[in-house]
Design a protein. Structure first.
Length: 448
């Protein structure tokens, strides 16, 4: 285990060093500039084509736009937006929340661009369904199949971290707060539940996410708002704490504050990417499967995903934690958030949060399983690899329930960073295609 931790530490230092953070932010900012600040300039149109279009949605065959969004949000909400925030705060300090929110602004454009490109360069499989994502973008858009294969391989490995070990670990720690269950037993039951849902294949997974995610999301947001109302008097102090920690320039030599700032930036931005997946290239894997869809309109959903996931859910979670008496009591991860809910809702609040986080974690596991299966379909034409992967995925769910929390999150961070590298290369080199498709769409919908 010590050797694994050392290897991961070296890789993490590379993929989440200052150059990678600059690359992530630069890509989103550059796309924001070349599209003339699309999320702000066309906010009304984006709302009209996303949430405003749900009531007009007609029944259609295959994957629907909302199912794709639900699956993408399933991979981010809960574990990333709830537990990820608490780990960012405990490991990076209160200032990490500020950098998490800052990274979300360019992140909206990164996710928009990767979805637009994924749909534009997607391909049809033999069964008539669509396969698309950074791998097809790199292959068909840039003729760099090697990098496409690299992304697909990284995605498969990343699914074992962000989509398997991390949510499994979160579910186990949550249940053990209330029930004297062994990690092994929790893992076996979890693997059985996920295995049963897997049998429904892609459409079954997306239908499950479409039902669960909206209900749990609304319930969690309302619960957080209630907790913040209980601690209204603490909020001014909380905001001061966040900004002071994010911009602590008081050290004369700058060494101590420089370390604090880099740590806050590291965990804020890396956990922000973990939360909204902007720049990673994972979400386009579900969006590209939508039939009869316009690439730009589906890209608008990507902007909404980052906004809802990070600007709303992560902000609410961070403020709830920092305004609670539980902050500063040497708690971390699930235990810290449970304590915040118990403080506001009593013992019932802890159980309420436990139900919510488990309801978030299950779709997250299924969403990442879908991403990995899509990449395996791209890499291999035979079904035997899908079967082998599925069995390994279920075994690791059992193992993940008993792993040490800090190591799990560090591994997930590393895998996320490796996955983002080939995807960001495609976004930078194909920005003109994104601009061209965006201008063509806005020219037609000028009056909307």
């Amino acid at each position: 285990m010590n050797k694994l931790m050392y290897i991961n530490q070296v890789l993490n230092g590379f993929v989440w060093g200052k150059y990678m953070i600059f690359f992530l932010l630069f890509t989103g900012i550059w796309l924001m500039i070349v599209t003339n600040f699309l999320p702000f300039r066309k906010i009304k149109l984006i709302f009209h084509k996303t949430l405003g279009a749900l009531k007009k949605t007609n029944a259609q065959e295959g994957i629907t736009p909302f199912q794709a969004v639900s699956t993408a949000l399933a991979g981010t909400l809960g574990v990333g937006s709830v537990v990820g925030v608490t780990t960012a705060l405990t490991m990076g300090g209160p200032g990490a929340l500020f950098w998490m929110l800052i990274s979300a602004i360019p992140g909206m454009m990164s996710k928009y661009a990767e979805i637009v490109l994924a749909i534009h360069y997607r391909e049809r499989s033999k069964d008539g369904s669509y396969i698309g994502g950074p791998m097809t973008t790199l292959e068909h858009g840039l003729h760099l199949r090697f990098f496409g294969v690299l992304f697909a391989v990284f995605c498969v490995f990343a699914s074992f971290g962000i989509g398997n070990l991390t949510p499994a670990n979160t579910i186990a720690h949550t249940l053990q707060t209330y029930l004297p269950l062994s990690p092994m037993l929790i893992g076996i039951v979890l693997a059985l539940i996920i295995g049963i849902i897997m049998l429904g294949k892609a459409k079954g997974i997306m239908r499950f996410n479409e039902i669960i995610i909206p209900i749990i999301s609304i319930g969690y947001v309302l619960a957080c708002i209630y907790l913040l109302l209980l601690h209204m008097d603490e909020l001014p102090h909380v905001f001061t704490l966040i900004f002071d920690d994010a911009f602590d320039f008081m050290s004369a030599a700058g060494g101590i504050s420089g370390f604090a700032i880099s740590r806050a930036m590291h965990y804020g931005i890396s956990r922000g990417v973990f939360s909204n997946e902007a720049g990673m290239g994972s979400s386009p894997l579900s969006h590209a499967a939508v039939v009869n869809v316009n690439a730009v309109e589906q890209g608008f959903w990507g902007i909404f995903e980052v906004f809802f996931d990070t600007i709303i859910v992560c902000t609410l979670t961070g403020l709830v934690v920092l305004s609670s008496d539980a902050w500063g009591q040497s708690l971390e991860g699930v235990a810290l958030t449970v304590a915040c809910f118990e403080e506001g809702f009593g013992s019932f609040g802890g159980m309420l949060f436990a139900i919510a986080i488990i309801s978030f974690a299950l779709p997250s596991i299924l969403g990442w399983y879908y991403y990995a299966i899509t990449c395996l379909h791209y890499l291999f034409k035979t079904r035997i690899m899908i079967v082998c992967y599925s069995l390994l995925f279920l075994v690791l769910l059992i193992y993940g329930c008993g792993m040490e929390l800090g190591f799990v999150w560090e591994v997930a961070d590393t895998l996320n960073g490796l996955m983002a590298i080939p995807n960001l290369i495609s976004l930078v080199l194909l920005y003109k295609t994104v601009v061209k498709l965006t201008k063509e769409y806005l020219r037609v919908h000028r009056s909307d």
